[in-house]
Design a protein around this ligand. Structure first.
Ligand SMILES: Cc1cc2nc3c(=O)[nH]c(=O)nc-3n(C[C@H](O)[C@H](O)[C@H](O)COP(=O)(O)OP(=O)(O)OC[C@H]3O[C@@H](n4cnc5c(N)ncnc54)[C@H](O)[C@@H]3O)c2cc1C
Length: 382
């Protein structure tokens, strides 16, 4: 949990200097920019350098270091970390799109955090079953036209670029899914007001309409019909990241529980001397460490370009986010009724971490994916 890692401590220290842990307490106000300190901190911490094109097998520099950065920023602030997770998804997608250099300038702008991006996959008709998406793309002279609607899109309130998944009008299912990088000010693109959510309240989440949005050929990401293949590679990288971010928040919740339990006296002794609560703390620690081990393993697997990335990444996300959910729940218990009061700030962890088991593929969908791959592998090796 606290391994001697100078990279992790440098992020922690810088975040404290920027008082970044206080920013996450503020709710997003529709139409207002996010506090500039969030971006200044992320730029100065140079976290996006981990994603710059390099020579590792997955084409990015260091997934493992990126995961440490997500954990540390997640421990500080839930707004900054969601800027990181979302932006990384688009950065990975542009890199995995192939040797294509058309979008190099946009990639660079995102790596430097000069421009912000959001990822538009989910639709009202279904988020898990992407093959059934209704947003349609029609070929036109010189480019494409997109028609449809997306919902629950994080960071759309301030994004400059929209990575949009749409299905070719003449191809069914996954084979038709194609990706585009669309500018915010493109005619026909409408971002609806911020949707209020249970947690992660510091970041905007919006519904978006694409009404005959015209996109030039240069903004095709990869090739026609190859969008799903690119997204699968991208999600292999981002899923452990969601786990790392959740474990960061969970660690802070645990720290607060430990501090509270040291001073709160019940039945004549501090809570931390109570065997039942000690057992609870041991359970939290074990869950946290097991989740982090899976995240680290996924990071190594990606950095070394090993096979089986999809299953390992899915398992890392499940293990880490389920662990984080358990940890914030048990940490809240330490505070008794006070844990439930908004002013104490523990319930915020509970609400924030909850979404991590839902997006980037729900944990149930990922369990199905893990079962599919492992059943096959077990039968082959038996
Ligand atoms: C705060 C927040 C931020 C988000 N950010 C983004 C974003 O930036 N971009 C984006 O594109 N999307 C985003 N999403 C959407 C998110 O990815 C979807 O909500 C998620 O993929 C699930 O889709 P759904 O809500 O349509 O649920 P459904 O697909 O309708 O599923 C409903 C339930 O049924 C379960 N289920 C369905 N089919 C199966 C099956 N075959 N096996 C087992 N269980 C199954 C699911 O696990 C889920 O529990 C965000 C959501 C939230 C809440």
């Amino acid at each position: 949990m606290y391994e001697q890692d100078s990279y992790a401590s440098s992020i922690r220290e810088l975040g404290k200097q920027y008082r970044i842990h206080e920013i996450g307490l503020k709710d997003y106000v529709d139409g207002q920019p996010l506090p500039e300190d969030v971006f200044s901190f992320l730029r100065e911490a140079r976290v996006f350098e981990n994603l710059a094109p390099g020579n590792s097998a997955v084409g990015v520099q260091s997934v493992s270091r990126w995961l440490v950065a997500l954990r540390e920023v997640g421990a500080l602030d839930n707004t900054s970390v969601h800027i990181m997770t979302t932006q990384s998804l688009i950065i990975y997608a542009l890199q995995f799109a192939g040797e294509d250099q058309r979008l190099r300038q946009q990639l660079q702008e995102m790596l430097e955090l000069d421009k912000h991006a959001c990822f538009c996959l989910t639709e009202a008709g279904g988020g898990s079953d992407a093959a059934g998406m209704q947003t349609t793309v029609f070929r036109e002279d010189g480019g494409y036209r997109i028609q449809g609607e997306k919902c629950m899109i994080m960071n759309a309130g301030f994004a400059d670029y929209f990575l949009v998944a749409a299905r070719l009008s003449d191809v069914e299912g996954y084979d038709g899914i194609t990706l585009f990088l669309v500018d915010r000010d493109t005619p026909g693109l409408t971002v609806f007001p911020h949707t209020e959510t249970c947690g992660v309240t510091g970041v905007p989440i919006n519904r978006i309409a694409f009404n005959d949005v015209r996109v030039p050929r240069e903004r095709l990401v990869g090739q026609e019909g190859k969008g799903w293949k690119i997204l699968m590679k991208v999600l292999n990288c981002t899923r452990p990241g969601v786990g790392a971010a959740a474990l960061g928040a969970a660690r802070t919740a645990m720290e607060r529980a430990a501090v509270y339990g040291k001073d709160r006296v019940c039945f004549g002794k501090p809570l931390n001397k109570n065997a039942v609560l000690q057992g609870k703390f041991a359970e939290m620690t074990l869950a946290w460490e097991s989740g982090w081990l899976m995240v680290e393993r996924a990071g190594r697997c990606l950095d070394e370009g090993r096979s089986g990335q999809t299953a390992i990444s899915a398992m890392a996300k499940i293990a880490a986010t389920d662990a984080a959910k358990l940890v914030v729940d048990r940490s809240l218990d330490f505070f008794g009724g006070y844990g439930y009061l908004r002013e104490v700030g523990m319930e915020r962890f509970y609400r924030d971490v909850r979404v991590c088991t839902i997006y980037d593929g729900t944990n149930d969908i990922l369990r199905g994916l893990v079962a599919g791959s492992q059943l096959k592998s077990c039968v082959e090796h038996a």
